[in-house]
Each structure stands twice: as structure tokens, then as C-alpha cells.
Design a protein around this ligand. Sequence first.
Ligand SMILES: Cc1cc2nc3c(=O)[nH]c(=O)nc-3n(C[C@H](O)[C@H](O)[C@H](O)COP(=O)(O)OP(=O)(O)OC[C@H]3O[C@@H](n4cnc5c(N)ncnc54)[C@H](O)[C@@H]3O)c2cc1C
Length: 453
Amino acid sequence: MSSTLLWFRRDLRLHDLPALLEAAADGAEVLACFVLDPRLETSSGPRRLQYLGDALRALSAALDGRLLVTRGRPEEQIPALCAAVDAGTVHVSADFSPFGVRRDEAVATALADAGVTMQATGSPYLVSPGRVTKEDGSPYKVFTPYLARWREVGWRAPAPSATTAVQWVDPAAMPNRIRRVDPPDPGVILDIEAGEPAARHQWAEFVDTGLADYAEDRNRPDKPGTSRMSAHLKFGTIHPRTMAADLDFRRTGAGAYLRELAFRDFYAAVLAEWPRSAWWNWNARYDAIEVDTDEAAVAAFEAWKQGRTGFPIVDAGMRQLRETGFMHNRVRMIVASFLVKDLHLPWQWGARWFLEQLVDGDMANNQHGWQWCAGSGTDAAPYFRVFNPTAQGEKFDPSGDYVRRWVPELADTELAGGDVHKLKRGRPAGYPEPIVDHATERVEALRRYGQIG
Ligand SMILES: Cc1cc2nc3c(=O)[nH]c(=O)nc-3n(C[C@H](O)[C@H](O)[C@H](O)COP(=O)(O)OP(=O)(O)OC[C@H]3O[C@@H](n4cnc5c(N)ncnc54)[C@H](O)[C@@H]3O)c2cc1C
């Protein structure tokens, strides 16, 4: 009997997976598969590879081992799998990232040559890129009007896919020419558990204990005020629709949380519409901005990466990132602003380092988060808004606990509370002097940005 393929990518779950419902509707045996693409293995960074491997192991367990993992270029592997199980259709969730679009075009072309159809159902978003447009059909460039229209477009209820009865193909019975590989396991210890059960558990716990205070606490890195759902959303171990269905808008926190999910959709739509903005300024005028790339710039970049700039909040964020692969959103904004406006480095340097380190590293959110800070993105921070890292630290880490947690040199000082940001009475041995004078660099940033106009 012929079969059908369910090719998993950024949707490593069984609940709320429309592509699974579609595959089941074919009425044939389903081969569940994942292709480890060497290009993504290289660019993922060890933490995302670990998350991916752990999530694949969880998915395989949920399928009683009936998940075939292979390695190679998808445009070769997917047609080979179709030939091995005599499949006429490949079901996927749509991928809108520039890389994913190019990959899927190549796979669809290779499949068409073999008479196989590739069918995309659903996507990783509440509202897929391209669906929220102005009346004249053009894309939004500003978040607030996008948000209003996004709400009107809306989304469906979660898909009841987990309970679908499916006859899965047993990978052990596949021909020998199909090479099976183990999911990656680079031996990294993650500070969150990966996979669908963990994602659902984390979300349920946040709804119970964190959501009510989210609007107030989400900007406070010294509190556990955010959901830590970003990596789960990145790998699709939970769908945002499942999460939105749990939001009770009569209670505080729900509206603020939904707005962040809308931001995620917005940046995905912006990147899909303008794929060049992955590594170039969305606002091309900023391609001409004067940036430093000399030896001194490289040394400053190194100090930033190591968390040794002498600015406590910047150093705490960079060390949290290096040690755990996560950084609080407010601190991401502070360290990004510091790299761009105090050190005058290209935002792409910082974005690349983030992608190497982050467990939630995501092209749309990261590249556009950076460009928001650099002032070169869609509705970016105005260029004249230059974060003062010390004032930001005092405002958003008023207890100083965040800094003391991540910068051990400052943990033992007798500086009470938020005084740890100013270090008025001097610096403990081993903690660096500031590598720049913020007031001077602010003027310099304004000069450079002013030239762009
Ligand atoms: C310079 C910079 C780089 C960033 N890089 C990434 C990245 O690579 N991957 C990533 O997922 N997020 C990125 N963000 C956005 C944000 O910092 C993270 O999504 C957030 O910190 C994740 O923590 P959380 O899940 O606890 O967030 P919560 O506050 O609980 O937010 C819930 C979810 O909403 C989404 N979200 C929240 N804030 C944003 C935002 N500003 N833009 C888009 N989506 C958002 C995320 O999916 C997040 O999981 C970046 C932000 C900046 C300023």
C-alpha cells in the first residue's frame, strides 16, 4: 500500500498540528521523518542543536520510536524517502524564513520531477506572514496598525491532531539504503527542558503562576517575570494558538502577553516580505552609517562578548547569555544598544554572536530585534534614543539582584540594592573600569546617525 510523508521541521509536536490532520486524512500509512540538514547543523550553535536533539527524542518517544531521522540535503533525502515508501504526498507546516522558503522550493521541484506533491498546512504563527495587509494589499511597516488588523484577521481554534488515529510506518522496516541517524546530542546542559511535554508543562505553569503579573514584571530581569517560551516557540514544540486559547482576557497579563506573540508574527511577516533584511538594514539608508571595524573595535567586541565592559547591567546580560544561552528581553535591548551606540560596531556582529549563543535564536526575532535597537528596522527606536546603561540598570534591576547573580565580582560588594549599578565607591578588584565613557560615545553616536539624517 502506498504511504504518505509527514516531514517535521520547526513543528516538533503532535498537539495542534494541522499538517498531521492532513496527513491522516490521506488514509494511508504515515512515515514521520526529520532530515538533519548539515547547513543548519553548522549554523545552529550547540544549544539549539541540543534543544533540537532533545525535542526529536521526545517526539520519537511519543511516536513509540516511529520517527525516522536521517541526514543530508532535504531535496535529495525527501524524494528518496518518498521512493522508499511509495509516497505520493509530503505534508509539512509552512516555513516562511528565507532559508526555509529556498529549501522548500528546491524540495518541491525535486518532488515534482518524481510526481510527488508537497502540501503545506498551517505555520508556526497565529497569523501567517502575508495575511495581514493594508487595504491596498501592501504589507505593514509599523507594528501598532499591524496589531489592530492582526486581531481582526484572527486565527482558528487549536487543531485536534494529537488524538488522531494514525498508522505510522515503522522506520526499522525501511530499506537499508535509507540511512538512519541519531538526533544530535552535543552534550550541552540546557537551563530549560526541551520537547513537547516540557513546553506544555512550562506554559501551564506560567499561566498559573506568572501571567497575572506579566504586564508589570516583564521588564524586570531581577524577577522571573517572563514565560521562557521562546525556545519552545522557535522549535514548534507548542503552537502559539494553543497558548492563545489559554489566555483569559478578563484577567490581567493576557493582553500584554498576546501583544508579544503578535510581535513575533510581525517580525516573521517583515522578514518574509523583505528577506534581504536578514543581514542588511531594513532601512537601506543605514547601510551607509559609519561603523568601527578596526583592531580596537575587535577588542571592544571581545570585551562585550565576555561581559567585561565595566557596565554592570551589560556585563550581567552578556554573561547570562554565554553561560545559559538566554538573556532577558530588556537586557537584550540594553546590550544591543550598547554595542551599536556606545561601541559603534555593526549590529550584524552582535546579531551573529546572539545566534551562536541563544537557545531561542530565531532569524526574524533576532535580526529585527537588533535592527530595532540600531534604529534601522521597520518602526525602530528613534536613532536619538540612546540607552544609558547605568540608568537602565537602576530602573529595571532596582534591586541589583540580576547584576549580582551574573557578575560574581559584584556579588560580594557591600553595595546594597541598586547601588551596584553606579559603583560610586569604586570597583572591586578584578572588575574592569568602563571601556568607554557613555556621555562621550552618546554624542559620537548622534553625530554618526545625524549624518544619515
Ligand atoms: C536584540 C534582540 C534580539 C532578540 N533575539 C531573539 C531571538 O533570537 N529569538 C527570540 O525568540 N526572541 C528574540 N528577541 C525577543 C525577546 O527578547 C525574546 O523573545 C524573549 O526575551 C524571550 O523570553 P520569554 O519567552 O521569556 O519572553 P516573554 O516575555 O514571555 O514573551 C513571550 C513570547 O513572545 C515572543 N516575544 C517576546 N518579545 C518579543 C519581541 N521583542 N520580538 C518578537 N517576539 C517576542 C517570544 O516568542 C516570547 O517567547 C530579541 C530581542 C532583542 C531586543
